[in-house]
Design a protein around this ligand. Structure first.
Ligand SMILES: NC(=O)c1ccc[n+]([C@@H]2O[C@H](COP(=O)([O-])OP(=O)(O)OC[C@H]3O[C@@H](n4cnc5c(N)ncnc54)[C@H](O)[C@@H]3O)[C@@H](O)[C@H]2O)c1
Length: 258
């Protein structure tokens, strides 16, 4: 994939899981990377972890002032921004009936505000520079498939996909591309706790034809493709990367059909 040599990327959530895999791939492709994460220690360690082309700022993606400070710091450090990857996210569970507004709010703020602010400020920077930059938002298979106790998270991720399309509509004329990746199950610290509970991994894998969770790098590769020169005419798209999980909503009729 081309277009990253001597470029500059901002990666929110760039120090863990899928974000860290994106950071590694960007560095390998010749990009400088400015990471933004609420994990201050991991951000401070980023140059040691990922190499001298990586710097960062402790950032809360739900704060507009915080995100403005992030983009200003990235430009001050590296002079420009070419690509933005909005990866920071997470979920707090709650049933529709019992979820309090604070839990709902947590899911919407972290997943939707974060992607909105990163898209808005990234696009503003591209427009100010007259640059045809690219933005990639990490949504989720839950943007299309609901899960028990997931109304807050799934609703936020569905909105991230629509935000992506709306931004592509508004910015495509200026050559700015905004796309999304919707991962299925990925082996990261986010899912580690849940998957280590007895029976949970088996319950997931029963539904996933690939028979395994994705490696974070298998999501990063698609995110980089969308930001690359090779995807120059792809805009407003959402690529589901789920090992065919989304195909399994129908009963398995093989025992009945021979
Ligand atoms: N792991 C999966 O199975 C899976 C599936 C679908 C979608 N996703 C999405 O992929 C993205 C990355 O998830 P991951 O699995 O790599 O998780 P992760 O927990 O490894 O990484 C998420 C990062 O976001 C950071 N973060 C949390 N709150 C923040 C905030 N307010 N401001 C800034 N940073 C914050 C965390 O510190 C962490 O470094 C998320 O948007 C998640 O919803 C993950």
């Amino acid at each position: 994939m081309t277009g990253f040599d001597n470029s500059v990327a901002v990666v929110t959530g760039g120090v863990s899981g899928i974000g860290a895999a994106i950071t590694r791939r960007l560095v390998a492709a010749g990009s400088k990377v400015f990471v933004a994460d609420i994990n201050e220690e991991a951000v401070a360690a980023a140059p040691d972890t990922f190499g001298p082309d990586v710097a960062g700022l402790r950032t809360d993606v739900t704060s507009e002032e915080g995100m403005e400070a992030l983009f200003a710091a990235a430009v001050e450090r590296f002079g420009t921004i070419d690509t933005v990857f909005n990866v920071a996210g997470g979920s707090k569970p709650g049933s529709v009936v019992d979820m309090d507004l604070a839990t709902w709010d947590f899911n919407i703020r972290l997943n939707l505000y974060g992607a909105f602010l990163g898209t808005k400020l990234g696009a503003k920077q591209f427009l100010a520079e007259g640059k045809q930059g690219s933005i990639v938002n990490i949504a989720s298979l839950n943007s299309q498939v609901p899960m028990h106790f997931g109304a807050g998270y799934a609703s936020a991720k569905a909105a991230v996909v629509m935000l992506t399309k709306n931004a592509a509509l508004e910015l495509g004329g200026q050559g700015i591309r905004v796309n999304a990746v919707s991962p299925g199950l990925v082996a990261t610290p986010l899912t580690g706790g849940l998957l280590s509970a007895p029976g949970v991994q088996e319950a997931y894998l029963e539904r996933i034809p690939a028979g395994r969770a994705a490696d974070p790098d298998e999501i990063a590769s698609v995110a980089l493709f969308l930001a690359s020169r090779e995807a120059g005419y792809v805009n407003g798209e959402n690529i589901v990367v789920d090992g065919a999980w989304a195909t399994t909503g129908y009963p398995d009729l093989r025992p009945f059909l021979g």
